[in-house]
Design a protein around this ligand. Structure first.
Ligand code: SAH
Length: 233
């Protein structure tokens, strides 16, 4: 997928982004390719695949959704997906990228500086330890972070009441959703729906699962990571 194709798909999905945004994308792609030789950032390296499986995939979160002035947190952001793309696309959003791997932030700092993305902040650490951010964010996102029930236990405490949790998943999303029913109940969440999209060139299915936080999260969540993994909700 090249830039023209990306623009066309975004437009057909009703996602309008300014030219200044598109000018920065090739720079992101170049930095990703350069840094990927020094550290393990992504298995997707070919430029067309980066545009489709990283850029387009992340930007689809903007479909029918207004992120203006929202506080958004991306858990396990890795090389900045989807959080950095969303910060770049919506300058009025305040975006926090969280990752436990410190060295990823050397790359992310470089992207922030080179592309001039002032509305992104970094939190180096474990998502389940972010006590100071309890009920802080309007929107929580993740892609490739953890199984759905695990992500929800970590995400729900960080989300404001009435806020939204978005999980970017592949074709197995429905299975994960089945396994997360207990977590959804215990965490006072409501399933808002699934949005399915087939990436046009590779034909891979992407499913975005959306949840609303309808009530408070019990203080006992999130439990320590070991317990979350050993006895998932
Ligand atoms: N979102 C990116 C990266 C997915 S890989 C993408 O889609 O390309 C998962 C990332 O989550 C890794 O970078 C890993 O360091 C991070 N991670 C896993 N468990 C974590 C935790 N408990 N707290 C913070 N980061 C975590």
């Amino acid at each position: 997928m090249d830039e023209a194709n990306l623009k066309a798909v975004l437009q057909s999905e009703g996602i309008d982004l300014p030219e200044s945004f598109f000018v920065k994308l090739p720079v992101y792609a170049r930095l990703l390719a350069e840094w990927n030789e020094k550290m393990n950032l992504t298995a997707i390296t070919e430029s067309g695949a980066v545009y489709e499986k990283h850029f387009l995939d992340c930007l689809l979160l903007l479909k029918n959704r207004d992120l203006n002035n929202k506080a958004l947190c991306d858990l396990g952001s890795g090389a900045g997906f989807p959080g950095m793309l969303l910060a770049l696309a919506v300058p009025s959003a305040k975006v926090t990228l969280v990752d436990a791997t410190k060295k990823k932030f050397i790359f992310l700092e470089e992207v922030k500086k080179t592309l001039q993305i002032p509305n992104v902040e970094f939190h180096i650490g474990r998502a389940e330890d972010m006590k100071e951010f309890r009920e802080y964010f309007d929107i929580l996102t993740c892609r490739g972070f953890a199984a759905l029930n695990i992500f929800l236990e970590v995400a729900a405490p960080l989300t404001k009441r009435g806020g939204t949790i978005l999980a970017m998943k592949g074709a197995k999303a429905e299975e994960e959703l089945d396994q997360a029913q207990k977590a959804i109940r215990k965490l006072n969440l409501k399933f808002n729906g699934a949005d399915r999209f087939v990436l046009p060139e590779c034909q891979e299915t992407r499913i975005e699962l959306s949840f609303k936080k309808t009530g408070p999260t019990d203080k006992k969540y999130p439990r320590p990571w070991k317990d979350i993994l050993e006895r998932p909700l």
